[in-house]
Design a protein around this ligand. Structure first.
Ligand code: CS2
Ligand code: MN
Length: 356
C-alpha cells in the first residue's frame, strides 16, 4: 500500500507540501492541474512544474486526481473525438513524469453532491452531509449553495466557468439516459485504452457520489453491477477503479469490503479512498472521522480485504472533518486527514503483523 494525500497546488492549498511530508507513511501527493479547461490537453511545462515541486518536497506524483472527462464526451457530441485526442495527449504527457494512475469520474454535470458542507457533529467538529429532503429545487440554487458554503475555496468538480450556465448544460443531457451514458462511456474507454497500455497509465474511475441519480440525471458508477459493466468495456488492469469507500458506502446496499475483495481479486483496483460515513436514514448520511465506530463502515474489514488480496496500489484518506478550528477547504483540512492516515497505518501494521 502506498499512502498519499490530496493537494490542490501551491496557489490554492493552504497546506504546504512540507506538512504533508511530515505525516507518517505518506510518500505520494495526489495532485492535478486545476486551471486547464476540461477537454483541453494539459501543458507539459505545467505538468513538469508540478512534478518538480512535489519531488523537491521529498514526495512523489504518481496519482493524478482528476483528469476530468468533458461533458462533450459524456453527452456524445461530435466534438468528443477532439476531446478524446486531448485526453490521450494528457495521458502520454503524464506518463513522461512518472504518473501511474489517473482518477476520473463519469458523473453528468455535477461531481459529488452534498446539502451541507458544515454539518455539526456532537463533538463540535463539522463535516459534509447529505439529506435528500434538503436538495435545492433548482440547479442554480444548488450551484450557488456549494459556491457560498465553501469558505472561499474552489471545490473540485464545481468549476464556476463550466457551471456558469448550468441550465443549458443540463438541457444538453436531455437525450442522455442511462443506456446512452453507458454507451458514451464505453466509447471513451475503448478509445483511450491503447494509449493507457502503451504508456503504462492505469485509469481508475471514481464512483458516483452519492451513488444514485440526482436531478433526474443518469448515473452509471453506483454499485457492483455498474462496476462489472465498466470492466466489460475493456477487460484490462488499465481499465481500473478508484474504490471510494465513502461514496460507495453511501448506498446502503453496497457491501464495500465485498466489492474490494471481488475487484482486487481480479487486479482491477488501482486506487482507494479510505473514508467512513454514517447512515442516518434512507437518503440521509453524514461523513465522520475515519474510525470505524464513528461511522457505518468497518474500516478494519476494508483494510483486511486489501491486505488479503495483496493490494500494492495507492490509498489516500478522503474527506476529513473540520477540527481544531481549522478553516480549510471543506473535507480537505490537514488535521483530520492526517489523523485518518495515522489510523489507517495502525490498522495496516496490526493486520500485517498478525499475518506474519
Ligand atoms: C472527490 C471527488 O472530493 C471528492 O469527493 O472524491 O471530487 C473526486 O475527486 C472526483 O469525483 C474524481 O473525479
Ligand atoms: Mn472519494
Amino acid at each position: 500500500m502506498k499512502m498519499g494525500f490530496r493537494w490542490y497546488g501551491a496557489s490554492d492549498d493552504p497546506i504546504p507540501l512540507r506538512y504533508i511530508r511530515q505525516i507518517p507513511g505518506v510518500t505520494q501527493v495526489v495532485g492535478a492541474l486545476y486551471d486547464v479547461p476540461v477537454g483541453q490537453a494539459w501543458p507539459m511545462d505545467e505538468i513538469e512544474a508540478l512534478r518538480d515541486q512535489v519531488e523537491a518536497a521529498g514526495l512523489k506524483l504518481e496519482v493524478i486526481e482528476s483528469v476530468n472527462v468533458s461533458d462533450d464526451i459524456k453527452i456524445g457530441l461530435p466534438s468528443r473525438d477532439r476531446h478524446i485526442e486531448n485526453y490521450i495527449t494528457t495521458i502520454e504527457r503524464l506518463s513522461r513524469v512518472g504518473v501511474k494512475v489517473i482518477c476520473y469520474n463519469f458523473m453528468p454535470v455535477f461531481d459529488w453532491l452534498r446539502t451541507d458542507l458544515h454539518f455539526p457533529l456532537d463533538d463540535g467538529s463539522h463535516v459534509l452531509a447529505y439529506d435528500r429532503a434538503l436538495v435545492p429545487g433548482s440547479l442554480d440554487e444548488m450551484v450557488a449553495k456549494v459556491r457560498d458554503d465553501s469558505q472561499g475555496f474552489a471545490m473540485p468538480g464545481w468549476e464556476p466557468e463550466r457551471l456558469a450556465d448550468v441550465q443549458a448544460l443540463f438541457a444538453a443531457y436531455a437525450d442522455v439516459d442511462e443506456a446512452a451514458l453507458a454507451d458514451n462511456y464505453r466509447y471513451f474507454i475503448q478509445a483511450i485504452m491503447p494509449a493507457c497500455e502503451k504508456f503504462d497509465v492505469r485509469m481508475a474511475v471514481h464512483p458516483d457520489d452519492p451513488p444514485w441519480p440526482i436531478f433526474g440525471l443518469p448515473r452509471v458508477v453506483k454499485n457492483i453491477d455498474d462496476l462489472r459493466r465498466i470492466e466489460s468495456f475493456h477487460d484490462s488492469p488499465y481499465n481500473g477503479f478508484t474504490v471510494c469507500c465513502g461514496s460507495l458506502g453511501e448506498g446502503p446496499d453496497n457491501d464495500v469490503p465485498a466489492i474490494l475483495r471481488e475487484l482486487c481479486g481480479r487486479g482491477k483496483v488501482a486506487f482507494v479512498h479510505a473514508r467512513n460515513i454514517k447512515h442516518v436514514a434512507p437518503g440521509v448520511f453524514h461523513e465522520s472521522s475515519h474510525l470505524s465506530s464513528t461511522g457505518s463502515l468497518d474500516m478494519y474489514q476494508i483494510m483486511l480485504a486489501l491486505f488479503e488480496n495483496h493490494f500494492d496500489g495507492y490509498v489516500r484518506p478522503d474527506h476529513g472533518r473540520d477540527i481544531w478550528d481549522e478553516r480549510g477547504r471543506p473535507g480537505y483540512g490537514l488535521y483530520d486527514r492526517a489523523l485518518g492516515i495515522a489510523y489507517l497505518n495502525g490498522l495496516w501494521e496490526a493486520i500485517n503483523k498478525s499475518h506474519a
